[in-house]
Design a binder for this molecule. Structure first.
Ligand code: NAD
Length: 289
């Protein structure tokens, strides 16, 4: 259907139905792909599908999505908690599980047992270089990074990461997927943090250090960037939205891979994560929700 025979991607499998996975599944289904959403249990798959229904219902209420588009998107979606079954007809498999190399390896290895030979494998990792994941995919030339932004159904950017082994054909498939899902692609070489996470985390970590040092309140630091630099959202609000745990994991990766001083996670970030203050998803972070 795709890949080696030059056909188009039709079936997309998204592994991980959390903050990113449910959104990726939604935009792919809205673009007309047949999407299977996988997670660790029936309950978490259902929770991801419920978030999609909720996004779409809110879109309809705001007049941004028609009732036909909502129903058509839902008709292109199904859930499957068994990854081997889900992967069996995948033309494109995108993993969006937590930022852990061992877990991502496990996902690719399990999926590879049943995925068709032409399947393009992709990771939504925000910071792990593809070279650390590629050993777990069956064909290195059919592997790319597809880095979406949160919330996926609203953010226009798709950062495509081209690994050393990624073929021209796979890159073209990724660009075509971006075009069909209405995302604006950028293509970045395989370095830790790519382009967006590296710059975004630098600003986020400095803002957290400033809260730690009592330079200003979180709200005022955010306002400095929102009003002074026209950022749509300040770095601390953004950290709450992304998840403090996710940002800590990215900082640790970049500290290891690029520079241990520049990307050292501030103690305040570590303390807040240890206290379960992960941002919006837990109801408290730099702000209360
Ligand atoms: P999340 O914790 O919200 O969701 C992860 C999901 O993966 C959960 O639903 C979890 O149940 C599921 N999962 C865990 N183990 C699994 C397994 N073995 N099989 C199937 N599903 C499993 O995390 P997230 O924020 O969606 O992040 C996912 C990935 O996307 C990470 O690599 C992260 O770095 C990247 N990312 C996150 C953001 C963001 O803003 N949160 C942005 C871009 C990229």
């Amino acid at each position: 259907m795709s890949g080696q025979d030059g056909g188009q991607i039709q079936n997309v499998v998204v592994v991980g139905a959390g903050a990113m996975g449910h959104g990726i599944a939604q935009v792919a289904a809205a673009a007309g792909f047949f999407v299977t959403l996988n997670d660790i249990s029936e309950e978490s798959v259902e929770a991801g599908l419920a978030r999609i229904r909720d996004n779409l219902d809110r879109g309809v209420a705001r007049g941004k999505v028609s009732e036909f588009e909502r129903d058509d998107t839902l008709a292109h979606l199904r859930g499957e908690a068994d990854l081997a079954k889900a992967a069996a007809d995948a033309d494109l498999l995108i993993e969006a599980v937590p930022e852990r190399v061992d877990l991502k390896h496990q996902i690719f290895r399990t999926a590879a047992r049943t995925a068709p030979a032409h399947c393009l494998f992709a990771s939504n990792t925000s910071s792990i270089p593809l070279v650390q994941l590629v050993g777990a995919v069956p064909r290195p030339e059919q592997f790319v990074g597809l880095h979406f932004f949160n919330p996926v159904h609203l953010q226009p950017l798709l950062e495509i990461v081209r690994g050393d082994a990624t073929s021209e054909e796979s890159l073209q498939q990724a660009l075509d997927f971006a075009r069909r899902t209405g995302k604006e692609p950028i293509v970045v070489r395989d370095v830790a943090g790519f382009a967006s996470s590296r710059l975004g985390i630098a600003l986020g970590l400095e803002a957290i250090r400033m809260v730690q040092e009592g330079v200003a309140s979180a709200a005022d630091i955010d306002k400095a960037m929102e009003l002074g630099y026209r950022h749509p959202m300040g770095p601390l609000k953004l950290t709450d939205l992304v998840g403090l745990d996710v940002r800590l994991a990215i900082a640790e990766t970049l500290a290891r891979e690029i520079d241990p001083v520049r990307f050292a996670p501030p103690q305040l970030l570590r303390d807040m994560v240890a206290a379960g203050k992960l941002g919006k998803k837990t109801g408290s972070g730099f702000y209360n929700y």
